[in-house]
Design a protein around this ligand. Structure first.
Ligand code: NAP
Ligand code: F7E
Length: 347
């Protein structure tokens, strides 16, 4: 029997890798996408086949996590075996600008989706994209037993969604799991997260299109892994015999500064000539250090990260150099990461 999955957030970094992986495993994949005035499917266009093709196995549906009724009709129509809730306002800095919207999507969105599963009476398995940002100020190493101490509206919204997921497991017997994922990146990472901002800036500076990039706090510590490996971990959580919560992380630490040095050196550039500080990229409250302990996922799911920060930086720089060399003028003429003034602090 072909398994059917529904992915919210299919147009994002993780959603695109997850869709790719599930299609390769033989799944029929359904994705929730937001209606936008321009196309927002660039990360999954290579997977799309017209639904009239006999072998089409990926289908996109309009909807929004803010619209609970739509989630009910969609679940009733699709009847998925597995639901992956990846949709969120996922930018920590932006969540300070838009706390209400972030709570509504990142927090309440999960409630609406869980409730839609309950209302339709489906016996599907449910994955919630929880985050290491929930640990916030709790010192590393962090694992499934570490207390939460979120330091942003985003982190607080994820804590709410985490507990709702756990509550639906306990109250209604749902097969519902929280994947507590530490930072994971790739060439498909959104351009305003720091790793991609750096790799993209390196490519543009190397090509002579820019001269400097402005960053905020480069002393923070993160545990950066490679996104395609993390979506495999999500899937393994839903194949387990029992529902449970798992941390996915590399266990290694790296500062923003070290990631930046590796990225610039890989392109033969001296970062000190090209990096400037701008306080607008600071956060009202920062998460100083996240380093995960994924031993539970390794022991029970056989999952282990193999790509660490240095290799990741090189993968991302190479991809952005390649993209720039093969891009048309639209990519080259696109506003610089720092050149957009409408919401500068968001970057
Ligand atoms: P991302 O690239 O920012 O993608 C977010 C996705 O959510 C996009 O497809 C976006 O659609 C969609 N979305 C946003 N608001 C929505 C709404 N109201 N209704 C429906 N869809 C909506 O995020 P990501 O890096 O792939 O991360 C996936 C999930 O894992 C997120 O929940 C994130 O918070 C969580 N997470 C990420 C990391 C990480 O390091 N990447 C770590 C831990 C947890 P548009 O394309 O239309 O904007
Ligand atoms: O920041 C610092 C910034 O925005 C990383 C999301 O996927 O991972 C992500 O959240 C660090 C922070 O990711 C700039 O202050 C310095 O300390 O790339 P980021 P994040 O905040 O860790 C977690 C696990 C998630 O769940 C989230 O969805 O880098 N930093 N200068 C900067 N950050 C940005 N964005 N821009 C800068 O110029």
């Amino acid at each position: 029997m072909t398994k059917r999955a529904l992915i919210t957030g299919i147009t994002g970094q993780d959603g695109s890798y997850l869709a790719e992986m599930l299609l390769a495993k033989g799944y029929e994949v359904h994705g929730l996408i937001r209606r936008a005035s321009t196309f927002n499917t660039v990360r999954i266009d290579h997977l799309y086949q017209d639904r009239h093709e006999p072998d089409a196995r990926m289908f996109l549906h309009y909807g929004d996590l803010a619209d609970g009724a739509r989630l009910v009709t969609l679940l009733a129509q699709v009847q998925p075996d597995e639901v992956y809730n990846l949709a969120a306002q996922s930018h920590v800095r932006v969540s300070f600008e838009e706390p209400e919207h972030t709570g509504n999507t990142t927090g309440m969105g999960a409630t609406r989706l869980l409730e839609a599963v309950r209302m339709t009476g489906l016996h599907c398995r449910y994955y919630q994209a929880s985050s290491s940002e929930m640990f916030g100020a709790s010192p590393p190493p962090q694992n499934e037993l570490t207390p939460f101490y979120p330091r942003s509206p985003y982190g607080a919204a994820k804590v709410y969604a985490y507990w709702l997921t756990k509550n639906y497991r306990e109250a209604y017997g749902f097969f519902a799991v929280n994947g507590i994922l530490f930072n994971h990146e790739s060439p498909r990472r959104g351009e305003t997260f720091v790793t991609r901002k750096i790799s993209r800036a390196v490519a543009r500076i190397r090509a002579g299109l820019d001269d400097v990039v402005y960053l905020g706090n480069i002393d923070t510590v993160r545990d950066w892994g490679y996104a395609p490996e993390y979506v495999e971990g999500m899937w393994r959580m839903l194949q387990a015999d029992e529902p449970d919560d798992y941390v996915l992380a590399t266990g290694n630490s790296c500062t923003v500064r070290d990631f930046m040095i590796t990225a610039f050196e890989h392109a033969g550039l001296d970062w000190e000539k090209h990096v400037r500080f701008d306080e607008q990229y600071l956060r009202p409250t920062e998460v100083d250090a996240l380093i995960g302990d994924a031993s539970k996922a390794t022991g029970r799911l056989g999952w282990k990260a193999t790509v660490h920060a240095d290799e990741l930086a090189r993968i991302m720089v190479d991809a952005d150099i390649e993209a720039l060399e093969h891009a048309g003028s639209s990519w080259i003429d696109a506003p610089r990461v720092d050149g957009w003034v409408a919401a500068p602090a968001a970057r």
